[in-house]
Write a protein that binds this ligand. Sequence first.
Ligand code: PLP
Length: 401
Amino acid sequence: MIKDLTAFYSKAALNMKRSEIRELLKMTRQPDIISFAGGLPDPATFPVKDLEEISCQLLRDKGAIALQYGPTEGEAPLRQEIAKWMSREKATIKPENILITVGSQQGLDIIAKVFLDPHDIVVVEMPTYVGGLQAFNAYRARMIGVPQDTDGMRMDLLEKTLAQLAKRDKKPKFIYVVPDFQNPSGATLSLKRRRQLLDVAHQYEIPIVEDSPYRDLRFVGKSIPAIYSLDSENHIIALSTFSKLLCPGLRLAWIMAPAEWTDRMVVAKQSMDLCSPSYTQLIVAEYLRRGLLQRQIEGICKLYSRKLKIMLDALEKYMPKGVRWSKPKGGLFLWIELPKRMSANDLFPKAVENGVAYVVGTAFHCDGTGQNTMRINFSYPSEPQIVEGIQRLAEMLRANM
Ligand SMILES: Cc1ncc(COP(=O)(O)O)c(C=O)c1O
């Protein structure tokens, strides 16, 4: 009999960390808790009718293909439609640059699998997307965090970090950024900083992983060019997903990269799942072919911008002095900073007791800092829940100041 079951784990498996957010989410499932903790889209935005109609037609006309194994790189019609969608920003994108994945989370895992050896360095924003940290950590990478402000990653600090590493003959494998309405902070990397980021990446010859699920969910102002659209030197691996544009249940996303890299990533994906589901891919390909996505995005933006406004108004009205929050122009998240001496981690059980939940900011910091910060979500709770939830959060914070 095997007594110590854990003795058989690989070093990589031992290194894997359970997502703090997913654990916390379990605590917040009770019906009386208003949860700002998840990152779920509002189900009212799911295009159920369109998907139902397309799905029925697909099964009727092309059932044999839709229910069969497909190519690892993805179904040709979907790769074509995505290449067309992305070439609005950069004309040279072709279907061979696109690899379809089971969510961007799988995309991050594939990138880590292809690019990272144990102890390789990855530069990340601080804070950054926790699922990115989890994927890179699973391949035993070493993360170095560069702080951000309201304009995204601080380029002066990035340059300093890269120069210091170069002095020690070290070079990161890639720089990971979530440049648009970042999860978790809501910050957007300014155009000036996008150009600076590309300049330093070119100078040091480091690829950039541009993970941008929220790019099209802009509520106000003009879109800032995607980093990949500003690059002409093969430096970008871009990820995007249908999770926040259509629905996460489809589990469909894509990686866009130079063809040589997508080719290698196809091999990495083969051993994971052989292929993404043909069925959902062909549904989405037809959805895009019919030109329905733009209208869908406009509907989402309208709803979420209203919810964001309600949340910002409630924060203004109820939060005690000393608490600060971001004012994003899109996306799903808002970032709260408490006075330095307060700990969002210590306060979490009290928040749950008071009927409200958030995600602690430390989960998004590769160095475990950010004790006084938290992420809250405005897309999922209903409008009355947003007001009530902020009231409960403010009340708990005031009582503990
Ligand atoms: C920045 C970022 N990347 C990737 C993902 C994963 O998305 P998907 O549902 O496509 O796996 C998310 C989901 O919240 C995210 O915020």
